[in-house]
Design a protein around this ligand. Sequence first.
Ligand code: XMP
Length: 511
Amino acid sequence: MKNGVLILDFGSQYTKLIARRVRELKVYSEIMPFNVNIEKIKNFQPGAIILSGGPSSVYGEKSPKIKPEILELGIPILGICYGLQLIAYLFKMKVAPAKNREYGFANLEIVRRSRLLKNVKNNSKVWMSHGDKISQYPEDFIVTGKTKNTEITVIESNKRNIFGVQFHPEVIHTKEGKKIIYNFLFEISNLKSDWDMENFIKSSITKIKKKVGTQKIMLGLSGGVDSTVLALLLRKSIGNQLIPVFIDTGLLRKNEYKDLMDKFKNQLNLNVHGVDASKIFLKNLKKIRSPERKRKIIGKTFIDTFRSVEEKIGKVNFFAQGTLYPDVIESNSVSGPSVKIKSHHNVGGLPKNIEWKIIEPFRELFKDEVREIGKDLGLSEIFINRHPFPGPGLAVRIIGEIREDKVKKLQSADEILIEELNNFKIYNKVWQAFVVLLPVKSVGVMGDIRTYENVAVIRIVESIDGMTADWYPAPYDFLKKVANRIVNEVKGINRVTYDLTSKPPGTIEWE
Ligand code: XMP
């Protein structure tokens, strides 16, 4: 069986967008680093391969290359930007620095009608971002598109089943980009449009049943949408062999533990084991300041707590997590050229010596796909639209040492923010919103009295999948209300600021 599209990553900021575009057309896609073993490619059995863009020049000494064998597999290949230049290079053609680096819009002139450019409007806008360009194209290829600055913009070889575009069809700025990807998938590669969430649910249930048999799975619930949807999927697969556990780390939002326990039991009929481990978490985190150490300690404390549940209920064989594709990319760096940013406790922060087999059915999914599964499984909007909440919770929002009094301060400020987001009907418009507590004090004056208290930061971001994010241009009256309320109602905070950093260069959480 053909397995969708394999995307080989050469380090472009747009690689994940390619995966999303392909999946939007209901074809499964997966990203692998450019230097993945050819056996792994063969095992994956891709129906098509896309070579991503990347920041390098093919002539650079350390520039990422693939074995020419990959071009001989007979699998349709589309090279994008660097991917196109690499194809030309591997066929021993010339790639040279362009006189002017081309960055931004260009008009695509169609020189010849072809399968790749079927129904693509002539002179449509395309998005360019390259320093090199190819000055000679390989034998067996024809040029089907050009722009004012780039004579060889689209090349195609029907004989070899290899295609290349200099621009980025995956970004929305390329008006006809989706059509070009459509043509590559369906006109050229004859792929089927059969990747949807209903199919995913059916095939996951079969896989989970087969893998787990009569054994038990423990699942850590966080209250976020991913682990909640996973609980429903696992329950549907294995019924009461599922042991859902919700731990009070003492680092949850205000009243969250009680509220969620109630919702899990009464709304979702989940047989949840609740554990109050707040004292242990706070004790283990005492005097710890380093973000990575916090994450590692939290990961270990989670596992110790899960083990204590196992001691009570008997042997567990599997441990399930709601890890998503972006977590895998960011934490494990599946994409060769990218670096590890954070040990997400879901992935990198777990101790190595866990005795359970890990099961992560959402490892290949984006968050909007998980939300769709949630809807299909009948989860209510309140759960579906909840903002993501990181496993380490408020620990990564209290900069520096964590103490109970600081947690209380942050919880109170955060409660005000969430209340006002709902009052101003902003909550469902943004990806995530929270308050960060700084270990910095500033001078203020309240009722003629000098104050010297902590600074809090409001962080609100818009995002599609958490991989990139923009700070949210919040309305002034909303900001004014929140800041006013926090300073007036939360003892110990006398100044509020707004975070104006996008991701990149920032990350969403502060630690
Ligand atoms: P960053 O801060 O890396 O966050 O830009 C991206 C998204 O991931 C969430 N996040 C986490 N989720 N465990 C989780 O389950 C973690 O350790 C973790 N760290 C960050 C973050 O809230 C944002 O939505």
